[in-house]
Design a protein around this ligand. Structure first.
Ligand code: ATP
Length: 504
């Protein structure tokens, strides 16, 4: 299957089977905003739950928290987001495409490139030289571009029962103001009630560092983990749910002793890479890309992206940055809070005296939950050629999701809708419901169609209740990937499925 075809097939399956829908579709849709349907929400929650289990529940050294999306505006001033959380925005003067300079196709400065006038297929062929900046328009390939300007990606809104526009109108009514003056007045009117939608979950953990550490008595090294929504006014939203303005993150701040950050950075890159691979079919589809010194943010001492081979090529899934003590230092300086840690057991390296107070260094594994949904869907999508009951060629679509991630864990299917089979099947499905395992009862259409339907949504096991069940209390259990069936007792069904999921 061609790679571009794979993404189209995943998008179409998502809509057809209720994983992901276009937001507000009946009103024509909102560009690049998506809703998670009955199966999508299960998949997303399962990924989040596995992450939480691996990062919080199975570790002594990490605790969780859930910060509010709205934070004091000074948080974003101190963190540098107000001044610097921006992308370089460029307009193509030929086709009017608006794009990010750092993501544009590279082209050597001084070379001549050909492109179509207006970016239209039927436009005249034009030629021009690539400017010193060394890139071209991602849409038409042309090098005639506007200057780069920084575009802040934070969403700003206002809080409280204040009408910022009212005070602005009072201030400017009847005055003839220039553009710059007008902008300043608008900014001044908005400032008192301005509040931002968080562009990352991370800052919630930095500003609560002291509360969490003191209330839990965690000892360095320790981490604080969080999952939640983040919002970025992206210049270009792209590739289905890969880059959207509203998305979900899974982030963890790991606080370590100064001097140990490099070791911990290596540890987290390896640990996170292994975690992603565990649930995937193609283990070769992941790699860690370490940043060159020139690519690092000014406060970072190292960074690696965990990349996945998406249908369009290698791209980011998670960033793991060694952020030095920048964040705690900045918030400490600006708020006046003492965001430091005191280790009674260690001598201060500066004085040699027992007891060392320092600002911890931070390793931050930061990943996208919604991006992970797309990644695992691409990894799981498979087609197999076979024949149907009439011997006609047929394509079997299978979503080979790890059973722990699969939205529905088991489907219980009565062979027929009569002769007492539905009652037995409903009895079995109830056992799964009571054990907290997401099971589905399905009696619509032929058994072959039901198997196909469940293969397509990734249900790893189907239990079929047939006439033999009534005689010997056994059912067949069918494996999604091999299609092999075996008979097990009804009594053992719950235990068998639970064990298989736990071992996946
Ligand atoms: P990118 O280079 O793709 O813009 P980033 O380096 O800005 O991402 P981080 O700030 O490190 O991303 O955020 C951590 C993770 O959050 C990313 O690895 C990605 O999985 C996810 N993420 C970031 N921006 C978006 C977005 N607009 N839509 C969906 N997920 C996102």
């Amino acid at each position: 299957m061609a790679d571009s075809e794979l993404l189209n097939k995943v998008v179409s399956l998502c809509k057809r089977r209720g994983f992901i829908f276009q937001s507000s579709e009946i009103y024509g849709g909102l560009k690049s905003a998506y809703d998670y349907g009955p199966l999508g929400v299960e998949l997303k929650r399962n990924i989040a739950a596995e992450w939480w289990k691996a990062m919080v529940h199975e570790r002594e050294d990490i605790v969780g928290m859930d910060a509010s999306i709205f934070m004091h505006p000074n948080v974003w001033k101190s963190s540098g987001h107000l001044a610097c959380f921006s992308d370089p925005l460029v307009d193509c003067l030929n086709c009017k495409e608006r794009f990010r300079a750092d993501k544009a196709p590279k082209a050597a400065a001084g070379t001549q490139v050909e492109f179509r006038e207006g970016g239209r297929k039927d436009g005249r062929t034009l030629k021009a030289e690539v400017a010193q900046r060394g890139y071209v328009c991602p849409n038409c390939g042309g090098p005639r571009l506007s200057d780069e300007r920084q575009f802040n990606m934070m969403f700003r809104t206002s809080i409280g029962p204040v009408d910022a526009l009212e005070s602005f109108i009072d201030e400017v009514e009847g005055k003839a103001l220039g553009r710059q003056e007008l902008r300043e007045k608008i900014e001044a009117a908005l400032a008192p009630s301005a509040i931002y939608l968080r562009p990352e979950t991370a800052q919630g953990m930095f500003v609560q560092f002291l509360n969490v550490q003191q209330s839990t008595s965690m000892k360095v090294p320790f981490g604080i983990a969080q999952q939640g929504k983040a919002f970025r006014n992206e210049i270009v939203t792209e590739k289905f749910i890969f880059r959207t303005c509203e998305f979900e993150q899974m982030e963890m701040e790991y606080f370590v002793e100064p001097g140990s950050e490099s070791e911990w950075h290596d540890y987290w890159v390896k640990t996170r890479l292994a975690w992603w691979k565990h649930f995937a079919n193609n283990k070769e589809g992941f790699r860690a890309r370490f940043y060159e010194k020139s690519e690092l943010a000014h406060y970072a001492s190292a960074c690696a992206d965990i990349e996945f081979q998406y249908p369009w090529g290698w791209d980011e899934l998670e960033g793991i940055a060694s952020r030095t003590n920048y964040d705690l230092t900045r918030h400490g300086e600006e708020s006046g809070a003492k965001l430091s840690y005191f280790d009674q057991q260690k001598p201060d390296p500066a004085t040699g005296k027992m007891g060392w107070r320092y600002i911890p260094y931070v390793i931050e594994p930061a990943s996208g939950l919604t991006r992970a949904v797309l990644m695992y869907l691409c990894d799981a999508y498979a087609e197999e050629q076979g024949t149907d009951a009439e011997g006609e060629g047929k394509t079997r679509v299978i979503l080979k999701l790890n059973p722990r991630l699969a939205p529905i864990k088991v489907a219980v299917l009565p062979l027929m809708k009569k002769e007492g089979l539905p009652e037995v099947a409903r009895g079995i499905v109830q056992q799964f419901f009571k054990s907290g395992i997401n099971a589905s009862y399905d009696e619509q259409q032929s058994i072959g169609k039901r198997y196909a339907r469940h293969d397509e949504v990734g249900t790893p096991y189907c239990l079929t209740v047939d006439h033999q069940t009534l005689q010997d209390q056994t059912v067949t259990i069918r494996d999604r990937d091999t299609t092999k069936q075996e008979r097990i007792s009804v009594e053992a069904a719950l235990g068998s499925v639970t064990r298989r999921i736990a071992e996946a």
